[in-house]
Design a protein around this ligand. Sequence first.
Ligand SMILES: O=C1O[C@H](COP(=O)(O)O)[C@@H](O)[C@H](O)[C@H]1O
Length: 232
Amino acid sequence: MASTLNSFEHRSALAAGLADRVATQLTAGIETRGSATLAVSGGSTPKAFFEALSTRDIDWAKVTVTLVDERYVPADNPRSNHLLVAEHLLQNKAAEAAFIPLYRDDQDVERAAEGVTVDMASLGHPFDVVVLGMGGDGHTASFFPGGDHLGQALDLSLPPRVFAMQAEGAGEPRLTFSFSALHDARLLVLHIEGNEKKAVLETALAGTDEADMPIRAPLLRAASPVEIYWAP
Ligand SMILES: O=C1O[C@H](COP(=O)(O)O)[C@@H](O)[C@H](O)[C@H]1O
């Protein structure tokens, strides 16, 4: 499915524009189905977008938020994607939203993947909104080059689930929704910032090897068009 590129002059304008787009989609989901689901990425990019979204007038009590992927560390660890969402998104009006974390205190990452897969079934499928990020190595979600479960995680013939993922470039072990859980979101966004990431995106768009650059999976094979949001 083709992607579209929405370029902004400044990151603050991107944050506001993306927050408006996501808010409109969540509101449409609530109006149509009575509730809406939002899966967001972590890392360093989404802070300003999260802060803008947290102020938007949405019936947040009807929204369930979860993570596209998680670094398998407790929620008080500075690298936790849960911590980022708690501090920057689940604030202001969005404090009313429900949040489902991926990390499980008492379980190893492989066991947690099984348990979280069962729990996430209650969210229904597809997500109303999925916001992907991208690393400089071409990973998205926790689909890392060389990841131990990468082949399965990108396999669209497998049912939606959560996978454990370990890879040299990932730092700690990860949990990630599978590509089959994410690719047909009613709104599928790729949020990237900076000229370096734009160059990575251009390299990804010029080739097809998903093992080398897993971001190619959504760019080439997602059922939903990928709306790319970028600012320098
Ligand atoms: O590790 C991760 O990295 C990517 C990209 O993060 P950024 O710091 O380069 O913005 C992110 O999308 C993913 O959710 C996160 O776990």
